[in-house]
Design a protein around this ligand. Sequence first.
Ligand SMILES: N[C@@H](CCC(=O)N[C@@H](CS)C(=O)NCC(=O)O)C(=O)O
Length: 208
Amino acid sequence: MAIKLAIGDFNKSSWSLRAWLVLHAAGVEFDTQQVLLDQDDTHANILKLSPSGKVPALQVDDLVINDSLAIAEYIAEIHPQADLWPDDRELRALARAAAAEMHSGFVNLRTQMSFGLNTGDTSETLLDATREEIARIFQIWGDLRARSGHGTYLCGEHFGIVDAMYAPIVFRFRRFGIALPAPLQAYADAILAYPHVRTWLQLASTRP
Ligand SMILES: N[C@@H](CCC(=O)N[C@@H](CS)C(=O)NCC(=O)O)C(=O)O
């Protein structure tokens, strides 16, 4: 089986990071094909790899799956041993809801707090709507962690899809100097220490 993941720039493409993390968390061997974003030919180049004109896109032989969450679900199905969703049905439902809320929501936060891997001290005044979304993310993280026994990650000791979906938020909080309640800061630190996140950061330091 030939598996290839089309991604954007390491320091710009938060959706690519999510899919890339899920593949690594499941131990999938794959090639990465990078398309630079914000170039004159970006759209044409992505269309050669992704019918939606967006990255990430996963190619498995002649199957092309666009969209980070669809890729994550596909990988979870073919690698059940990777435990990408929690075993407990209720916790799994809440983890899926949290992943879906990230995927479809937080528009103000995503617009105002652009993704980036630097620790920049961006001092922009955040809109109330953005602050409300930050509070909602604290609530989601706190609730999942409380329900799963306050482990290292959102649903226990296992890095899963829900963690991959929120990993770019950790970077945004770091970049914009958002103060987190102590237990959530510990979670953010665990994400930053997660080996595959560190690999992404290393790759980002040598590539666009
Ligand atoms: N809902 C999609 C969003 C994908 C997306 O917006 N990707 C951006 C990069 S982070 C993109 O492909 N931008 C290219 C462009 O707009 O030209 C997903 O979850 O994969």
